[in-house]
Each structure stands twice: as C-alpha cells, then as structure tokens.
Write a protein that binds this ligand. Sequence first.
Ligand SMILES: [Zn+2]
Length: 306
Amino acid sequence: MRDVIEGITAQLDRVPLSRFAPSPTGYLHLGHLVNAICTWGITHALGGKVILRLEDHDRGRCRPEYEAAILEDLEWLGLLPDIGTVEAFRAGATRYRQRDNAAAYDSALAQLMATDHVYGCDCSRKTILARAPQTNDELCYDGFCRDRALPAEVPHGTRMWLPSKPIHFDDAWRGPQTQTPAEQCGDILLRDRHGNWTYHFAVTVDDLDQGVNLVIRGEDLLASTGRQILLSERLGRVDPPVYLHHPLITDPAGRKLSKRDFDKALRDYRAEGASPEEVLTLAAQQAGLIEAGRRIDVGELPGIFA
Ligand SMILES: [Zn+2]
C-alpha cells in the first residue's frame, strides 16, 4: 500500500485534512467501515486529521436516530474524529452537520448567481427523458432551460452551466483520470425543486469551506469527481483536493454491496457479540486491504497503509 501514500505526498505538500462523511439515512454497514478504515488509516499514516461530517442535505431521508446510531457506532469502534467530534455533534448545532451549515451554501450560491452560470429549471426527470434518449449510465441534462430566464429558486431547481472541457486528475489509488462532466451529466443541479441542496453542491462547498485537501471515498463516486472539481473552480478554489477512490466490498458474485442482500448493519454484528476488532478485520479482509489470517485493531489502521 506504500504507493498509495507516495501518490498522495507527490501531490499534496500540506498536512492532510480528510473527512468521513456518512449520511444519516440508515445504519453504518461494512461498506462504510471500509471507507472509515481507508480514511483514518491513510490520513493518520500521513500525520493528518480526519473530520466527521454528517451529510444530511436530503432532509426528507435523514433521521435523528440514524445520526445518534452513527455516533454510537464510531465510539464503539474507537474511530474518533479529530475535528467534528462526537461530543460536538451531541452538543447541538455544528458546521460539520450540513443542516446547520445553510449560511455557507447560501453564500456560495450567491457567489455563483453573480456570474452568468446559474439558471432556474423546471424540468423533471420525466421531461428530460422524454426530450432526448439517454446514452449514459446516468441522466444527462440537455440545457433546455438555459435561456428561458426562469427564477433560480423554489419551485424551480437551480442549475449551473458547465463548459464542455475535459477535467484531468490523478487519483491516488487508480491513477490518471479524464472526465468531461458536460457529456456525463450536463449542467449540474445545485438545489432541487423542493429547496434541497444537492450532494455535489453541498460537498464541494463543505470541502472548500472546511479546508479538506484529501478526499478518500469509494469507487462508486469516481464519476462525480470531475464535476466537483469544476464546481470548486467556479467557487474560486485554485487547488482542488487530492482524490482517492478505493475498491468497494463485493459479494461472491462480484456485485457491489447492495441494500437488500448484503447490507447487514455494524450494530447487528455487535448485537451478535462481535468485538470491534472482529468487525474491523472482517471489513478490511473483504475489501482486500489485509491478507487472510491477519487481525487488526483500530490502532493498527495506519500500519495497513504505511
Ligand atoms: Zn430545465
């Protein structure tokens, strides 16, 4: 794993600041734990700090009981954040909980509105699909509302015009990448028709606002990186974070961990009597981070990557 560390230090000349950023829409499972192992292990191997951020931008799907469970699970595992501590979340409002960070998103949106890059959109998924057949894996917006001068506020969605240029970045796990967001997803949604900030907008503002310079996440989010780099450029960021997209746990058929058949909560293992070491070891082995037979505890995470 030493080349991963070298890949980061070659691009980052400062103390790493990374984040573990689950959404309180459910309980933590082994997939989250693989991400936590990589985030704590790699960041601490480099002498950096980990922020805990709770991504509850989608207010309709988040529940306070899931937030409480995430904090409790992290404490049980011994995965204590350096910034955005468990105590700070329990004490009340904190900038590391997206629901409490509206001022940062309002201010970033005002900055973008002052340019000609933002516009209102009243299209639904259905109307976008009806206008143009889709060839990508994800929905690609066709720019239909760019010149319609709709107000960029509820009940309209708010979109940002994207230039058709390729974005290059060197993923610390997967090597050089090129993505053209204008062809993947089209103009990106910053806020939906109901007033919810979108994932891409909220995390890009947070990463800039909180000084995050190392983003460690699963490879299912690889495709979203180019558009987040573009958005961060528009927000004035000159040095985007270093990105690392690690492998996901797969089931024996090679499929990604799914909600239905592979999503056993960490607290279920705990209820069955498993120790934190056993659950950490299971996650690390299933993701191929450690060899069979090796056991790890939380203090040994940096050693996996050093
Ligand atoms: Zn539209």
